[in-house]
Design a protein around this ligand. Structure first.
Ligand code: GDP
Ligand code: ADP
Ligand code: 5GP
Length: 209
């Protein structure tokens, strides 16, 4: 994978413990930002009620996942809460070639791998306002079995220890404030010197830069 400052777009990774509000925030952000697309992850976990194959995830069997992994189809992959999750390499490469802005909703292990491959990536960590609120949100979402909720809550503590590796932290207490924070991060990311220069070659030439 060859990544340089010539990449015109922005790449954001959203990492948070389960129930912090990643998917809700990312979905709201996508609705108001037409230039932004989300990476469709592949997973071996079962779909939740209402989740659609090809929209929320590509749902595959462990056998298919391992085959694709061994063929090198994933830019990163990780085992999270007992299931495999991975990011498609070709899809990301295509988005970067066209200069699109992309957002990845991945776990901290995947985020560490992506950062090594694509140093210009911006890592955003979402904090819940409290552990109690995290638990309440997981239960209120009502889509996971009790054992799954317990497992995800137990993992939250470990995941939170990786917050210091992120470039940004958004506290998802009042939803609209958290969404506004995400918009500001995207806006700032789009104004980084590398992408601005890559988007404006003619101006650079005229300015003698
Ligand atoms: P959520 O935590 O409630 O959003 O539940 P999900 O089942 O959607 O995601 C489970 C975990 O897998 C989360 O930490 C995600 O960020 C992570 N995840 C999702 N897709 C990917 C991926 O493509 N790669 C990696 N490494 N992690 C992923
Ligand atoms: P994640 O993708 O991080 O697991 P979700 O986006 O599924 O989290 O959110 C978990 C639950 O919390 C959902 O039911 C969602 O509606 C709710 N939620 C998200 N953000 C807030 C917020 N700021 N205040 C209250 N509830 C929230
Ligand atoms: P869930 O099963 O609740 O949808 O996701 C559980 C965790 O897996 C979340 O932390 C989510 O961000 C992470 N996850 C989802 N897709 C990917 C992926 O493609 N790669 C990695 N590394 N993690 C992922």
């Amino acid at each position: 994978m060859t990544i340089t400052n010539a990449y015109q777009g922005s790449m954001l990774m959203i990492v948070a413990p389960s129930g912090a509000g990643k998917s809700s925030l990312v979905n709201a952000l996508l609705q108001s930002e037409p230039g932004l697309t989300i990476s469709l992850s592949t997973t071996t976990r079962s779909p939740r009620p209402g989740e659609v194959d090809g929209k929320d995830y590509r749902f595959v069997t462990p056998e298919v996942f391992k085959q694709e992994r061994d063929q090198g189809q994933f830019l990163e992959w990780a085992e999270v809460h007992g299931h495999f999750y991975g990011t498609s390499k070709t899809w990301i490469e295509q988005q970067m070639q066209t200069g699109s802005d992309v957002i990845l909703e991945i776990d901290w292990q995947g985020a560490q791998q992506i950062r090594k491959l694509i140093p210009v990536v911006q890592w955003i960590f979402i904090f819940p306002p409290s552990i109690e609120a995290l638990e309440e949100r997981l239960r209120k979402r009502g889509q996971d079995e009790e054992a799954t909720i317990e497992r995800r809550l137990a993992a939250a503590h470990i995941e939170l220890q990786h917050a210091h590796e992120a470039n940004f932290i958004v506290i998802n207490d009042a939803f609209d404030q958290a969404l506004a924070d995400l918009r500001h991060i995207l806006a700032a990311s789009r104004l980084r010197s590398g992408p601005v220069m890559a988007r404006n070659p003619v101006l650079l030439k005229r300015l003698g830069v």
